[in-house]
Every structure is written in C-alpha cells, then in structure tokens.
Design a protein around this ligand. Sequence first.
Ligand SMILES: C[S@@+](CC[C@H](N)C(=O)[O-])C[C@H]1O[C@@H](n2cnc3c(N)ncnc32)[C@H](O)[C@@H]1O
Length: 272
Amino acid sequence: MLWDWSKSGTRHAPLTRLLRRLPGVGTAAAYRFGLVERPHYAYGVRRATELAARLGHRGVTVVEFGVAGGNGLLALAAHARYYAAATGVAVRVVGFDSGAGMPAARDRRDLPYLFGPGFYAMDHERLRARLGAAELVLGELAETLPDYLATRAGLLREHPVGFVCLDLDYYSSTATALDLFRGPAHEHVLPRVTCYLDDLPGTIEQIGEAAAVAEFNAGHPERPIGRVLGLRSFTPFDPPWADQIYAHHRLDHPDYARLEAGATGDQLPLDP
Ligand SMILES: C[S@@+](CC[C@H](N)C(=O)[O-])C[C@H]1O[C@@H](n2cnc3c(N)ncnc32)[C@H](O)[C@@H]1O
C-alpha cells in the first residue's frame, strides 16, 4: 500500500474514489473536481463543449482512437451525456478500433518489445449492447478513418471534432490517427482540439506516440500539437494525467482568431 501511495500515478485513482464518497459530493462537484472515472476524458469533453459553445456551435464530436474492451469509450459516452446536458451542446462519441486487437507492428518505433499482434481483443457484441448512441467504427484505421471522414462529412460539419484520445500504442497507428488533423476540411474540427496522449509515460521522445506527434509537427508548422503548459498546477488535486493533455492548434483555421465569448475577463484595473 505504501508503495502505491508513494507514487502520484497510482495514488490518484483510489484517492479520487475516496473523495467521491464524501458526504455532499454530488455529480456536479465530482465533475468540477475531477472525481469521476477517467477524469482526463471528462476534462477533454468539458473543453470541447465549452469551446463549441463559445464559438456558437450546437454540436461537437469526441473521439477515442483505440477502444480495446470498451471501458474508455463507455466512460467517454457518460461524460458526453453529462456535458451535453450541462452546456446544451450535442456531443457525438466515436471510437475507432480494429476490433481484433493490435495489428502487427510496422515500424521499430511501434514499441514491438511491449505490444504484440492480438493484444486487447474486443468483445464487440457485449460492447455494442452497452454503447447507446456512441458510434464504434471497426477495422484497420488506415482504411476506416479516410472512409469515415468522407462519408460523415455532413455530420462532422454540424459536430466538429473537439476532443481526441490517442490510445493506439503504436507510432504507426498514431501517425495514421493524426490524418484527422492533416485533412484540408477546416469545418471538420474546432480551431483548437484538446488531445489526451495515453501512451507517453515510460517511452522516449523518438518512439511511439511522441514520435508521431513530432513528425506531424515537423510537417505541419501551421497546425502544431503541443503539451498544454502548466495545466497540472491549476487542475484540482494536481493530477498526473494533466501532463498528458495536449492541444492541436489549427492556426490556419478560419475561426482560429475569433475571440471566444466569455473566455477571459477583458480588464485588469490597478489595485486601489
Ligand atoms: C491499449 S488499447 C486501447 C485501450 C482503451 N483506450 C482503454 O482505455 O481501455 C489499443 C487499441 O488500439 C487498437 N489499434 C492499434 N492500432 C490500430 C490500427 N492500426 N487500426 C485499428 N486499431 C488499432 C488495438 O486494436 C487496441 O485495442
């Protein structure tokens, strides 16, 4: 127990579960303080709905790349229901996965020493029975993502992507997922998209997710993906996941420079 409590990464989950049970901590407080399952997903949905509302959108899409058994997608769907009710912004939830577990590694940077083909297979029927309105797109991402972008263009226009969870483990699969941000259709994404990068801890910059992001940034200086600086210090309970929150800034998006209604105060008068 002491071993677990000595490390912030393992300390947080039981701590938040404990705080959640305190008398008087209702759903609104649990969301406000990040005392929910997968608080990083809740944070992403909150940022997406907030930005959509500030820019006058009535809908937004949140995406999980890499679904496995489906616990994350179900948590994302629950957070989507909460923030849709709280903000009035309709939230579409989409998960992408092979449905058959990890494909074979394609690149040395895929961490082939940690992951093998077939890891994280999914029970589709069980998951689909619990998904509700959330969409599950099954198949190799290099095929399903371009097809999705082409066939759901109208839906994406009405619900631009505002949050993306990257949890595909491989460098090569993550590079494919980032095609979402390479596309020319500005109307498919908000000008700033919150991203959660699940697979950074324990890797190095030159492999895995970090390498895919670095490569994307080198090729797209007008659409950087960068870590949100200082987030941990102004997030309740100082959670380690805050270090894995990134944002995609689409500087060439026509709405990039639009002032977000209500985003900040506009005066800082001198103290009396
Ligand atoms: C670690 S699991 C995801 C875990 C899940 N997000 C969760 O929190 O429970 C990684 C998943 O990525 C999927 N994946 C990796 N590369 C893929 C690819 N190229 N196409 C489709 N799915 C892929 C695998 O099928 C696997 O289920």
